[in-house]
Design a protein around this ligand. Structure first.
Ligand code: FAD
Length: 496
């Protein structure tokens, strides 16, 4: 291979789930004829069949690919999502909302929470939540696109339909699809790189760069190349899930619910045509039978599908890019669906790859840079997820007692203690979850700062009252003018 020439490369994607087709659509659209792109998938094996809740960067991903939002929403039966309602995570009887918005108005030196905390000490009683547009709109079941993207949102969607939608795009843009089961992965005897995928039919598909999108099987990156896996079950102990779909019994709300139970939690995700439900649990503390019973006891409406039983190990592939193979999707690791970050990690890996696409030879520097950045993403998200389990007052079951007393990574311990002592949160290295996310979840889980930034105390009492009053008033006035979420979707997608 000539190191300084830009020439068509043969890229082979193994697997056609959400990861495989997201990668194929993005590469075909952005690289066009400069690459020769083939995707192999097996209908016999199928896809994981879950993954419905997303986070805001997906909006931009679709825009980058030139997707018209209304077309996408019709094709995937999507609803808008403004955040997640957490039930029972702090003490069993509580609820709090992690929204995609920002709360109040930050000062350059201190987030809004400092001003709000100072207000509390001065006798103001309004909830922190009342200052967040997305949060108030979500709980009132309202939504609209606002000028300048003032409403930050994501989607709740059917990821199988999303994969199908992207497949059409990718094939139109030149990606080739091969149906068949990969029976063998051939290595180059000299370099140890992957040389070809060999299908059961005997067809051999050669390539320069292979994307492993084979899901939990990790057929290329682990079963063939043995890239290694960091097991995080001591921090994220849930290892099982059961998913079912139910009919909608009310208009879909613009948020996902995460309801804690004594050995894990349960999701409820409303789409246009149905609701996705699933129970996530730790098999050490809850049997499959009991979990299924519990799930069926807490769904609304008629059950439309057979239960989909899933097992997983939380953790991360030690090298996401190893030799000429990149793990994208579940093959790269899984940190459970609590904050809807899996599809986002797929998107991050694909955009990162396109940005770094090697012009000729794959250099060790490309690989090291990619892996560093991927690791950073995984670790930051991991810490945010652990926070939900660790910061709890629940002691009502062995599961929660284990979570409350477990040792946590130093990076997270530092973040929690800094917030508890000073109300401060610092966002490092393009971290996905911004200050507002950390503040909402930490306060929601019962961590209250002991003090706040002195800049807040510089406001006179009347200035503080004016600021808090005006901001709250702006939120409630804007929300009052918003349409109902379901009616907005119907209009936007052209159903009425
Ligand atoms: P898969 O969907 O498993 O696809 C693997 C592909 O590889 C398939 O096409 C399969 O046929 C193919 N394949 C495998 N072996 C072979 C072979 N030998 N030959 C040929 N083809 C092969 N993510 C979110 O963002 N939000 C959520 O709300 C969310 N909820 C989740 C809930 C649970 C319980 C779980 C487990 C995951 C959830 N996820 C969620 C993650 C999400 O489901 C995945 O990130 C997403 O579906 C991508 O999966 P994938 O494409 O990597 O794997």
């Amino acid at each position: 291979m000539n190191g300084d020439s830009m020439r068509p490369r043969k890229i082979v994607i193994a697997g056609g789930g959400t990861a495989g087709w997201m990668a194929a659509a993005a590469i075909a659209r952005t690289m066009g004829a400069t690459v020769d792109l083939t995707l192999v998938e097996s209908e016999q094996i199928g896809t994981i069949g879950v993954g419905e809740s997303t986070i805001p960067p997906l909006v931009n991903y679709n825009r980058l690919l030139g997707i018209a939002e209304a077309d996408f929403m019709r094709a995937t039966q999507a609803t808008f999502k403004l955040g997640i309602l957490f039930d029972g995570w702090k003490d069993g009887g509580d609820r709090y909302f992690h929204s995609f918005g920002s709360t109040g108005k930050d000062h350059w030196s201190a987030g809004f929470q400092h001003f709000w905390l100072h207000g509390l000490s001065k006798g103001h009683t309004q909830s922190y939540d009342d200052y967040c547009l997305e949060l108030v709109a979500a709980l009132q079941g309202k939504f609209a696109h606002l000028p300048d993207d003032r409403m930050n949102y994501a989607y709740q969607l059917d990821s199988s339909l999303y994969a199908r939608f992207l497949r059409q795009m990718a094939e139109k843009d030149g990606a080739k699809r091969v149906e068949g089961k990969i029976a063998q992965v051939d290595l180059d005897g000299e370099t140890g790189d992957i040389a070809a995928l060999v299908l059961e039919s005997g067809t051999r598909i050669e390539g320069d760069l292979f994307l492993d999108c084979t899901g939990f099987r990790a057929l290329l990156i682990e079963q063939t190349l043995h890239a290694g896996f960091d097991d995080w079950t001591h921090w994220l102990p849930c290892d099982s899930a059961i998913a079912v779909q139910t009919e909608n019994v009310r208009p879909p709300v613009p948020y996902t619910r995460a309801m804690a139970h004594d050995a894990g939690w349960q999701w409820r995700i409303p789409l246009q045509h149905r609701t996705g439900n699933g129970i996530v649990f730790c098999s050490r503390y809850l049997s499959r039978e009991k979990a299924l019973e519990r799930l069926f006891g807490n769904v609304e409406g008629q059950v439309l599908t057979e239960p989909n039983h899933l097992r997983f190990v939380t953790g991360s592939r030690r090298r996401q890019w190893y030799r000429n193979c990149i793990a994208i999707g579940l093959s790269g690791g899984f940190m459970e669906p609590l904050e809807s970050t899996s599809i986002h990690l797929i998107q991050r890996a694909i955009l990162r790859l396109i940005r770094m696409m090697p012009a000729g030879e794959i250099s060790a520097r490309d690989v090291a840079e990619f892996n560093d950045q991927q690791d950073q993403d995984m670790i930051q998200i991991r810490d945010f997820l652990i926070l939900h389990y660790k910061a709890t007052e629940r002691r009502d079951s062995p599961f929660w007692r284990q979570c409350a007393t477990m040792a946590i990574p130093d990076t997270l311990a530092q973040k929690i203690e800094l917030f508890r002592e000073t109300g401060r949160v610092f966002r490092r290295n393009e971290e996905l979850f911004a200050e507002n996310s950390w503040v909402q979840v930490m306060m929601g889980q019962g961590i209250t700062p002991r003090t706040w930034h002195p800049i807040a105390g510089k406001l006179r009492d009347d200035e503080l009252a004016g600021l808090l009053g005006t901001l709250r008033e702006q939120v409630s006035r804007t929300v009052a003018g918003l349409p109902e979420h379901a009616a907005y979707i119907a209009r936007y997608c052209g159903a009425d």
